[in-house]
Design a protein around this ligand. Sequence first.
Ligand code: AMP
Length: 215
Amino acid sequence: MKVIFLGPPGSGKGTQAKMVSERLGIPQVSTGDMLRSAVREGTPMGLKAKAMMDSGALVADEVVVGIVQERLAKADCEAGFILDGFPRTVPQADALQTCLQGLGKDLDAVISLKVDSDAVVERITGRRTCRDCGKLFHVRFDPPTQENVCDSCGGALYLRDDDQEATIRKRLEVYAEQTAPLIAYYQRADLVRTIDGMQGIAQVQDQILVAMGGN
Ligand code: AMP
C-alpha cells in the first residue's frame, strides 16, 4: 500500500501515520521527522532547514525531494509506505510522480484529513514530543503517566519550537496557500479519500483503514 496522508498541521496525520504503520507493517516516511533528526544531528542540511522550520515556512523543495527519493528507494519501502507531510507543494507532488515512475510504483490513495483551524491550535499547543523516540503525547487528550516523561522510553517531552501559537498560524497559512491545492491535484487522479479528523483517534484510524481498503 502506497499512501499519502494529507492534512493541515494538527490534523493528526503524524499520530495516525505512526499507528497505521505499526498496524500494517509498512514504514511511515515523515519529512518533518527526518528534518528534525537532521537538525538534532547538526548536519549541514539540518542547519539550513532549522530557520525555515522555526519560522513556520517550508524547507526548499529540492531538499525535501532529495531526502524522500533516497528514503523511498530503500528496501523497507518495497511493500509500501505512508508519506506523512510530503508532498506539501505542487512541485513536490510532480517530483514524487517522477520518482515513483522511476521505481515502477503507483500511489494507491491519498488520505485527506479535514479539521477545523481553531481546534488545530489547541491540539498543537498541547502537543508534546519525546526528544528521544519521537512519540507524541497531548497534555489534555493523551497525557503521559508522568508529566513531561515519555511512557515508552522515559525520554524528556518537549513542545516543538514550531508548535508555538504564532508559528502555528503561519503554518496554517502556508498549508492553505501551498499544500491545500494538492487535494484538487490528486482528485484529478481519483485518489483522494476524505476523513473527518475531528473524531476520536481510534475512530479516525478505523476510517483510514477502511479507506485504504483493509480491515
Ligand atoms: P511536520 O512535522 O510535518 O509538521 O513538519 C515540520 C516542518 O518541517 C514544516 O513546518 C516545514 O518547515 C518542514 N517540512 C516538513 N515536511 C516538509 C515538506 N514536505 N516540504 C517543505 N518543508 C517541510
